[in-house]
Design a protein around this ligand. Structure first.
Ligand code: GP9
Ligand code: MN
Length: 722
């Protein structure tokens, strides 16, 4: 009896539709738990994961409900079902090899990762994969053998529309839940993992297709002639190197240390505890800041927008800006042609290159963007021992991060260009709130501010340990260190509360003060140098690349860079923020208001000459930002040949098995190998690293530190996102 009922149901169109919907949901969930590693952190995220296939599956299958004739209905629904099953299956295979999802560009063959799937596809198959496709055969068989009978009654249009509408509503609900957990999901596109985790694979693919289409349109319209205007600006804006500094660090390794969310106000800052005792937040970084081997800058500003860390990377390493909307790395990083630091240094001076970062490689689409920057190696989370107790939602904590990095660093051929992206000092600064953290909490009404100093102190200690090791093993003397803050750590919406801690009051706090808080550290430490000191030149992240290249003795006059060497006598002291605001030694233009830096009040009664000067600054800022957008949106560097270096070939880089590759190279080079390991008589230096372990340092917090939805009401858009 029961069986009859069941098969009756399957013999109706809606019953058949439901069967396929349930089967696909099951396969999709199965893949989430067996293949894809989506970093689920809370029961809420589990819930979203379980519901996220529903909306798109219903929406797609419901297309068939509009087909009235019998056979065409079954053919349509089976085609749709097969296509989404194949997409799922293909992603499962791809993910096994690349720990990433298939993008439209991957399918089109553009920006493809080395090797593609190609001949290795068969090796990736596992017996369990049968589950992805076997049901298709079973269902077709059942239809053919009339085990499932064809229903000749068409679905009424009203019902079909109801299904479509319902699926759209479910999708809206899904999106709403996703946004509460991770605000800015669609506008900022953090990573493909996030999109799949929150919205499902089908939605990710559709989103990716729309993005790809949009960017391809603009690119298709761009022509080599567009480069003329750009070149003209760059030539006119270029600042010639200062002879006293040019080539000062020539031939040295470059070690970039990315100080996550570190603002300049933390430099020399001492936090008072409840007993009035002062605690220096970043003693080690301060010692570098004041060293005469360090070229330090105290009027250096971040220029990022929604792409946060990744925008800072773009600015620092390509001397171009991120986009005014969304994340440049995610939208164009994997598509555009760049003349980025690792490529320039490889071409001009034979540098090898690597990025070290303890988060998943797809965050900010780094794995693709770095191949376009010309990075030879990228050691992401998969190269580190990351577990629950030594990490948080943005990856491995800084101490184990630096410690575990050196096993790779020691195998790099010198000179190398390397970048270490620390991350523990990241919003919501909730990881070191325990008493054992060894650093006091601030005592304001805002827990984000309270935790900020302890995480910054942890970062400081991690950097110090790394330096201690580098000195011990002899890499220190041969290297130049660039330390920089990527962006604010405390957003403008919180600055009223921070005011008291920086010697101001909340009632007198204005946008002028907010603007000043966008200063971030920038220091270039050159061991052996004594010409260092604190330089007050106004500059921003876009200026970092020409500054560094000139120190390394590389002429930048033929490169398309929008920044200026901070040491140059021709440096124009004008800092553009991404939204068109700006900063100069005399004026602050922020939130649509012009302030006089000296009086810190709104600038009034400007003379005619002053007005003209301000207008000019507006124009200069727009020109710089517009030129950047022109280059990025049109992918104009693909047309540029004036720099006389070979164009970067992203397909030459793969970030798999990097260690083996480095070791093979060492062997092949034999006596000529310049890696630390080779120089140390083929002995590892890893055991010379001393660290106080994360566990000794702090007991892990509860871990459910899900980002809050941004309920701050910052005054300018540039600082909306945490
Ligand atoms: C993630 C880390 C943080 O890998 O770099 O990025 P952010 O949220 O600061 O842009
Ligand atoms: Mn950051």
């Amino acid at each position: 009896m029961k069986n009859v009922k069941k098969s009756n149901l399957l013999n109706t169109r809606l019953g058949f539709f439901s069967l396929l919907a349930i089967l696909f949901w099951a396969k999709n969930i199965f893949s989430y738990f067996t293949v894809f590693n989506l970093g689920i952190e809370s029961p809420f995220q589990y819930f979203i994961l379980l519901i996220n296939p529903i909306a798109t599956t219903l929406f797609l299958l419901a297309i068939s409900l509009y087909v009235r004739r019998t056979k065409p209905f079954y053919v349509t629904i089976m085609i749709i079902y097969s296509l989404i099953s194949i997409l799922l299956f293909a992603n499962a295979l791809y993910y096994r090899e690349f720990t990433d999802f298939i993008t439209v560009n991957t399918i089109l063959g553009a920006g493809k990762v080395t090797g593609g799937l190609g001949s290795s596809t068969l090796n990736l198959l596992e017996p369990i994969d049968v589950l992805y496709l076997i049901d298709i055969f079973a269902i077709v068989y059942s239809l053919a053998r009339k085990k499932i009978k064809l229903d000749t009654n068409p679905i009424r249009a009203r019902v079909a529309i109801a299904f479509t509408t319902a699926s759209i509503m479910i999708f809206s609900g899904n999106l709403f839940l996703a946004e509460t957990d991770r605000s800015g999901l669609l506008t900022r596109t953090f990573s493909r993992d996030y999109l799949v985790k929150y919205l499902g694979l089908n939605a990710f693919t559709a989103y990716d297709a729309v993005q790809t289409y949009n960017t391809n349109q603009v690119r298709a319209e761009a022509s080599p002639n567009d480069m003329n205007e750009v070149s003209e600006y760059v030539k006119e804006h270029h600042a010639a190197p200062n002879e006293d500094y040019f080539g000062l660090a020539k031939g040295k390794n470059v070690i970039y240390i990315h100080l996550e969310s570190t603002q300049q106000f933390l430099i020399d800052y001492k936090l008072k505890d409840e007993n009035g005792v002062e605690h220096e937040v970043m003693p080690f970084v301060n010692s570098l800041f004041h060293s005469d081997s360090t070229f330090s800058f105290d009027n250096f500003f971040h220029q990022v927008k929604a792409g946060k860390t990744s925008d800072a990377e773009t600015l620092m390493e390509t001397s171009l800006f991120g986009l005014n909307q969304g994340a440049f790395f995610a939208q164009l990083g994997g598509k555009n042609t760049f003349e980025a630091a690792p490529h320039i240094l490889s071409q001009e001076a034979g540098y090898s290159s690597a990025v070290f970062h303890g988060n998943s490689k797809t965050f900010w689409n780094r794995n693709e963007t770095y191949t376009h920057f010309g990075y030879e190696n990228f050691f992401d989370a998969s190269y580190y021992d990351v577990n629950e107790s030594n990490s948080f939602q943005y990856g491995l904590h800084d101490k184990p991060f630096f410690e575990q990095s050196v096993q790779y660093l020691e195998h790099m051929q010198q000179p190398f260009y390397s970048k270490f992206i620390a991350v523990s000092n990241h919003y919501p600064y909730a990881e070191f709130t325990n008493e054992d953290a060894g650093f006091p909490m601030a005592n304001t009404s805002d827990s984000t501010i309270n935790g900020y100093f302890a995480t910054a102190n942890y970062l400081d200690k991690a950097v110090e340990e790394f330096f201690t090791y580098l000195k011990k093993v002899g890499l220190y003397e041969n290297s130049v260190f660039v330390l920089y803050g990527d962006h604010y750590g405390i957003s403008n919406g919180r600055n009223n509360t921070l005011a008291e801690l920086v010697g101001k009051t909340s009632d007198t706090w204005t946008d002028f003060d907010n603007a000043q808080m966008q200063r971030v550290p920038y220091m270039i430490h050159v061991p052996g140098q004594t010409k260092g000191g604190i330089n007050h030149t106004y500059g921003g992240q876009v200026d970092a690349l020409p500054t560094l290249l000139h120190l390394l003795g590389i002429d930048t006059s033929n490169y398309i860079q929008l920044g200026q060497d901070l040491f140059s006598d021709e440096k124009e002291e004008l800092v553009a923020f991404r939204d068109g605001s700006f900063m100069s030694p005399k004026y602050t233009y922020y939130g649509g208001v012009l302030y006089d830096n000296e009086t810190q009040a709104v600038a009034q009664d400007l003379t005619e000459e002053e007005t003209r000067h301000v207008e000019q600054m507006h124009e200069r800022v727009s020109r710089q930002l517009d030129t950047s957008d022109q280059i990025n949106n049109g992918d104009l560097l693909r047309f540029y040949t004036g720099s006389n270096i070979d164009p970067v070939n992203p397909e030459a880089f793969s970030y798999k098995d990097s260690l083996t590759r480095l070791q093979d190279l060492e062997k092949a080079l034999g006596k000529d190998s310049t890696s630390l390991y080779s120089k140390n008589n083929n002995q590892s230096t890893v055991d010379q690293y001393q660290t106080q372990s994360y566990q000794e340092y702090a007991a892990p917090s509860t871990g459910d530190s899900v980002d809050e939805a941004t309920n701050d009401t910052p005054v300018t858009e540039a600082v909306t996102n945490e």
